[in-house]
Design a binder for this molecule. Sequence first.
Ligand code: SF4
Length: 250
Amino acid sequence: MLKISQVFGPTVQGEGSAAGRHCLFVRTFGCNLECAWCDTAYTWAVTEAKAARTHSGRLYDRDDPAYGMKPMEPDEVLAQLRELWDVERRPTVVVVSGGEPMMQQRDLVPLLDRLHGWGNEVHVETAGTIAPVDAFDAVVTQYNVSPKLANSGNRPTKRYRPEALAALRDTGKAWFKFVVTADLETDLAEVDCIVADVAIPSRRVMVMPEGSDARTNTATARRMVDTALARGYGLSLRTHVLLWGDDPDR
Ligand code: SF4
């Protein structure tokens, strides 16, 4: 049984190297991190203690029918996807996001195997703290790995697992995306340390401004683009934020 928060689309992938692509989203419930600025905290901030870890402090309802935790069989998720798009005859990109989907990687294999078999690309969004198992890796097309920096508020030992990042790097299917706040110098120095420590090729690295409103997002992007390019990193905006603000259904 899978723990699912949302199934939605078609929409555009908002972030990373596949930004702008037509896709459907499967958002899993639950996360092993607690990022202060998380924009999907409804997938994990369901206790007072967890809510207190976020900037907003908002407590979400685990049983909320729209965004809460829904136990679903793989076939039920597949049926919802098929209502949204003909994934069997018109394969597209299916983004498996969270929360942290790799907490459920073994349970996700039957669903992703069907989608992959029909020719869909399976893109997995992960914070990179869990290494992929072989059966999962076999059905994944691309990993969008977003290691969390100190600005996330998580303990270093919890958020930084170099062995998991190296395993993802070695699949040859991973792109690495770092969320950078207005404190550019501090954040980019930390990105440089991780990139060097894990030996991530700089061409596979993108930096992305934090911010769930278009103005903050583009202002930070303008400030950091030149220094990112000088390091060999790409820049990701947040297309969905530019188009739809913080609407959780887009
Ligand atoms: S890893 Fe992602 S889903 Fe989990 S708390 Fe951080 S931003 Fe939110």
